[in-house]
Design a protein around this ligand. Sequence first.
Ligand code: GAL
Length: 386
Amino acid sequence: MNIRTFVMLFGTFCMTCIPAFAQQRNRNNRQRFEYPATPDTNGHHVNAHGGCIFRHGDQWLWYGEARPQWGFTSEGVALYTAPASADMTDPQHAPWQNRGLVLRVVDEEGSPIERGCIIERPKVLWNEKTQLFVMLFHSELKGRGYEAAQTGFATSPKAEGPFTLHHAARPNPNRWPADFAEADIKKAKSYKLADYKEWWTEPWREAIRYGMFLFRDMERGQMSRDMTVFVDDDGTAWHIFSSEDNLTLHAAELTPDYLGYTGRYYRIAPGGQNEAPTIIKRDGTYWLLCSGCTGWDPNEARLFSAKSMAGPWTQHPSPCKGPGARLTYGAQGTWMLQAGDKVFFMADVWNPRSLANSRHLWMPLTFGADGMPVVQSPIQSPMGQE
Ligand code: GAL
């Protein structure tokens, strides 16, 4: 074969085989994270995302974001219920009945839940003292993208709603973290925003770790985006959320009625850029499983543990095992679902082209002989193991 023929043949090979190979790889990647719908009792995919599931009385309650077929705004918060007798060892196939919207966007101008707003990651708690269901959610105002970074509070005497908006605001204005001594406050105040215009430099990271953005948001209140809630054994309720421009998580104590903050809060992994927090407590240890910040795209789960909300928090390797673990199987956590002695790490496989059709993925979370949590892969085939 002369050199001309070789070059021609090689060129033809590159043009035909390499794109075909790349296409195949992409398809395999996509296929790996393609999951079936979760049908409700009418056969429609459950439109309740970034949500929470817990048992109350004779029902399982599943609250989540009701999203439109396309677009990024919200319709409100949806509720699906299943009888308490439903088999939660396979929660994906429980008979979920669509109970409609329990919190609806409104047409009132200026309302935090005005149509066009964003309502994300709703979490509901039953408050024994006030006999009210209290919903907390990440609240963004119409037309302002993700800038408001507030927490919405809504209540209802019945699980089925309708929930009434109580208020929406940023947590903890003019409060420093409970473990900040005078010297810490002084240090946080010493960083001038103007000196750190460029993000991600080493000096900027240090300023973030020591609270430059805490101080920036002192008057307006601390930012709160991705979030979860947790009621401790002693009845103390905590709101855990991504704050400080998603760079640092805060664990903030709620008032006994769950409708505000006591002002006691702690920072978790300052500057670590964690979101989508989910939490469980076992034998006195809090396990916090979060994601990194890559928007709707999946990334590797991050695990932290502590003996107290006040910390210190220790980071561990991701507990996700098996195929797809490196990208949390294409999903991002939203809740730890506790069914009897079983725990499921509940996650969303976001579909930004049609948020309503984002898939639900619930993976058993167990504890190994070494006491560490393990999340099992929902992917059967070894294809694309990462
Ligand atoms: C993700 C977050 C979602 C949603 C999305 C918007 O990082 O977990 O709840 O806010 O960003 O891009």
